[in-house]
Design a binder for this molecule. Structure first.
Ligand SMILES: Nc1ncnc2c1ncn2[C@@H]1O[C@H](COP(=O)(O)OP(=O)(O)O)[C@@H](O)[C@H]1O
Ligand SMILES: [Mg+2]
Length: 264
């Protein structure tokens, strides 16, 4: 059974792409078949895996707009054992072009359905906005959304708007949409602020928050410029261990819940 999760938060720089790449790599290292779909025109996931975003032509854009089969855009990375549907800056146009198309909110879901049996996990890396690309990802995210939350001032602020959007999508487009988990990222144990954010988010969202907390760790921010997940760049770093733990936690808690579990 394939599980499809979107990494979403309209705030930029909170760790969506870092989570998509590194969670994906650690799931793959467990022998699971993982597909990462880069749904962000900034194409950070694409470049973080060592591809030149200005050179790729097989992108998610072609499936969303031109209805080319998504299977034709899946690139396998044999070293990382990760499959990727890349993005490039052309995808920015899709935000506008989708508006006039039939079934504009369902296009990514339709595209993904053609490859779904080939994977155990499909992770969708969303752009930092709540436009049609993110809506497409939320509709396609049949098993929920993973929300990275940066441990910093006003962390809860943007979450109200995000949960309102999730409510709207659930009501009108994808009744199955649920929060799979909030992930606290860039945690700095030396600051009171980080600790305050952790306890605020936990008291507000309870067991919707992953036990695993990702520390602020420079190796996580260096790995993308080498085009590698941290598992290959520095597997002993604190950031790597956190994403390894997250993959374990996700798989363990996925196993505990039937796939058709009712919304929380
Ligand atoms: N836990 C972390 N520790 C240190 N740097 C991080 C961490 N998570 C992400 N970063 C860095 O912060 C920046 C924003 O992260 P990113 O995953 O691209 O956020 P988003 O996709 O939400 O915009 C990137 O430069 C990334 O390398
Ligand atoms: Mg990103």
């Amino acid at each position: 059974m394939t599980r499809i999760y979107a990494m979403a938060n309209q705030k930029g720089g909170v760790g969506k792409t870092t989570t998509a790449i590194n969670l994906g790599a650690y799931l793959a290292a467990r022998g699971l078949r993982v597909l990462l779909v880069d749904v962000d025109p900034q194409a950070n996931a694409t470049s973080s895996l060592g591809l030149d975003k200005n050179q790729v032509s097989a992108t998610v854009y072609r499936s969303l707009i031109d209805e080319v089969s998504l299977a034709d855009s899946v690139l396998q990375n044999p070293r990382f054992k990760l499959a990727l549907v890349p993005s490039n800056p052309q995808l920015a146009g899709a935000e506008v072009e989708l508006v006039g198309l039939l079934g504009r909110e369902y296009r990514l879901l339709r595209a993904i359905q053609t490859v779904v049996t080939r994977f155990d996990y499909i992770l969708l890396d969303c752009p930092p906005s709540l436009g049609l690309l993110t809506i497409n990802a939320l509709v396609a995210a049949q098993h929920g959304v993973i929300i990275p939350v940066q441990c910093e001032y006003l962390a809860l602020e943007g979450l109200t708007q995000l949960t309102q959007t999730l409510d709207l999508v659930r009501k009108h487009l994808n009744p199955k949409l649920r929060i799979r988990g909030l992930l606290l990222t860039m945690y700095d144990p030396r600051t009171n602020l980080s600790q305050q954010v952790v306890s605020q988010v936990r008291s507000h969202f309870g067991d919707l928050v992953f036990q695993t907390v990702v520390p602020r760790n420079v190796r996580l921010s260096e790995a993308p410029s080498y085009g590698e997940p941290v598992l290959f760049f520095d597997p002993k770093s604190a950031g790597a261990l956190a994403y390894q733990a997250l993959a374990g936690e996700l798989v363990r808690t996925d196993d505990q819940r039937p796939v058709s579990a009712p919304d929380r």
